[in-house]
Design a protein around this ligand. Structure first.
Ligand SMILES: [Zn+2]
Length: 60
């Protein structure tokens, strides 16, 4: 197997890893209130998850 001649510097590793960013996850519309929320997360606007209230959200 080919071996690297020199240890890669911290800078070189970090430059490479700088491109390993996760893609921004798409947000879907909440079925309760229609506000955008991330999939598999409680809706921050109305506190609903899987069709039921799981958080009490202050309503103005
Ligand atoms: Zn909602």
């Amino acid at each position: 197997m080919a071996l690297p001649k020199r240890k890669k510097s911290k800078s070189k590793c970090r430059i490479r890893r700088a491109s390993h960013k996760h893609p921004v996850t798409a947000s879907k519309a909440c079925p309760e209130c229609g506000a955008p929320h991330r999939p598999h997360r409680v809706c921050a606007a109305c506190g609903y998850y899987r069709g039921r209230q799981v958080l009490t959200v202050k309503s103005s």
